[in-house]
Design a binder for this molecule. Structure first.
Ligand SMILES: [Zn+2]
Length: 497
């Protein structure tokens, strides 16, 4: 039996997004628990599709004694404030000194954090943690599929495992894999190497899905590269809307055989770079998407429009109205959109009551890229507490809390659109978010979702078709449209020769 410390600090930073992540964003619960400290971490994350939960279960099964440090996550946005970063790190390091002598440490990180002071937020976290535990205690980290992995991160740790799915349905499993690796390092005591091989081009988020080629085949081949002397072989696809030096896809391999680890990292990244020209897809403008959706719809499941650029999971605020306006204009019956983060609309709905109407300037609080609020009359169809259990495989096990919610309807005659509105922002990646307000997503004709890819985990099977729409929002779908200043020279901003 060994004594292992467990911590986590998640943020995916879109450096082009207008909002920052403040300390309170880490403290507040949403789809995942709010900040938890000490051994509370184990109870509050238990059974949720999160690396920390998978790690804890596996490590406990192996008979280890665990000490919780601090675990927290905030919704993707612009940089983490210095106040939030320093506050969480102080708790992390205090936790380490309180835990006493440890035999190993596990960190559950995202891997694409930028703070106001540190472009490589995760590298700084790991540098400080390494400084606190000294050079000889094994440190293993789990990272998101969208990590922008830096050499600094690799230099501080003895093992890295990355989710292998997008939608991320294997977060729990990734944590369990990290537990097995840390367990092995503690047993054999051999020194580990972590090798990084970065890709030569950015992969847009909407084409990273492992449900489709080429990513599906690339990830299916990873296990074949494992060999004695290697603990883990991973590819992170990277998070493109981050203007940092190490942005983009990378292969990361860890193990005890230094030469083999390095060689395997170079082989692994070739799985991706060899298929550069296969990363391709279509982005539709809102009006074009609606015209096509009307043609496709035949009564068998909704046509889903992914409002990818305002995806709160990519740093959007979940309140732009570009696609919604196109839906109202189009001749579609029984259309719905969500989830809009519009606290003022929820407040007005509660004041007005079910069946009543009110007028307001709805959404677009930041007027991002020329987007403007929708001025209209809204009828309140339903109200909800915003507290419900997730049903789909992505948010699996989570007790979601989006704050008070409302279902609104706007438009006229045949052009009415239902809008699911919440108080807190959250990616529309679980059908329960709509069912909570009495909408059956299966029965909609056109369903607009503020999500890029995660929605596929719970919505793809019932969809007649899925169209990716380029409507206003901070999560720019085509990286060629972003003004990078800090990314490393030579990396292409788009796949294709
Ligand atoms: Zn991710």
């Amino acid at each position: 039996m060994a004594h292992i410390a467990v911590g986590g600090f998640h943020h995916e930073t879109n450096t082009f997004a207008p909002s920052t992540a403040i300390y309170d964003d880490f403290v507040t619960s949403d789809a995942w628990p709010g900040l938890c400290s000490g051994n509370d971490i184990f109870e509050k994350t238990q059974g949720i599709n999160l690396p920390v939960a998978g790690f804890v279960q596996q490590a406990k099964n192996a008979g280890h004694e665990l000490s919780g440090l601090v675990w927290c996550a905030a919704p993707p946005s612009g940089p983490v404030t210095t106040h939030a970063f320093e506050n969480v790190m102080e708790q992390m390091l205090n936790g380490i000194s309180k835990a006493g002598p440890i035999d190993g440490l596990f960190m559950d990180l995202h891997g694409a954090m930028v703070s106001e002071n540190f472009a490589d937020g995760d590298g700084e976290i790991l540098k400080r943690v390494r400084g606190a535990i000294g050079p000889n205690i094994p440190l293993v980290v789990a990272l998101d599929f969208h990590a922008n992995i830096s050499p600094q991160m690799c230099a501080q740790v003895d093992g890295i495992v990355v989710y292998q799915t997008y939608p991320h349905v294997d977060m729990f499993e990734t944590g369990a894999r990290a537990a097995n690796i840390l367990n092995q390092i503690i047993i054999d005591g051999k020194k580990r190497t972590v090798a990084l091989a970065q890709g030569s081009f950015l992969v847009p988020l909407t084409w990273q899905s492992t449900l489709a080629e080429p990513a599906k085949g690339i990830y299916a081949n990873l296990d074949g590269l494992k060999a004695p002397g290697i603990d883990a072989v991973s590819i992170a696809m990277g998070f493109p809307p981050a203007d940092v030096f190490d942005c983009g896809p990378a292969a990361v391999v860890s193990g005890a055989d230094e030469a083999l680890v390095k060689e395997t990292a170079n082989k692994t990244i070739k799985l991706l770079t060899d298929l550069e020209n296969d990363f391709a897809g279509t982005l539709y403008q809102p009006d074009d998407a609606l015209r096509l959706a009307v043609k496709i719809f035949n009564g068998n499941g909704p046509v889903i429009l992914a409002d990818t650029q305002d995806n709160p999971g990519g740093g959007g605020d979940g309140d732009t109205t570009g696609l919604l306006k196109a839906m109202i204009k189009a001749n579609v019956k029984n259309a719905a959109a969500g989830i809009f983060a519009e606290p003022m609309a929820v407040k007005k709905s509660i004041e007005a009551g079910i069946g009543q109407s009110f007028e307001m300037d709805f959404g677009s609080s930041k007027r991002f890229n020329g987007d403007t609020p929708l001025h209209a009359t809204f009828k309140v169809l339903a109200l909800g507490s915003g507290k419900f259990k997730a049903e789909g495989p992505f948010f699996a096990g989570a007790e979601i809390d989006l704050g008070p919610m409302a279902l609104l309807e706007t438009g006229h005659e045949a052009h009415k659109v239902k809008i699911a509105v919440s108080t807190k922002k959250q990616q529309a990646a679980d059908r329960a978010m709509f069912k909570h307000l009495g909408i059956d997503p299966e029965k909609c004709s056109v369903l607009a979702l503020k999500s890029s890819v995660h929605f596929r985990a719970d919505f793809e099977k019932m969809a007649a078709d899925i169209l990716i729409v380029e409507a206003p929002g901070a999560n720019t779908a085509d990286p060629r449209k972003l003004d990078y200043k800090n990314i490393r020279p030579g990396i292409k901003h788009f796949p294709g020769n």
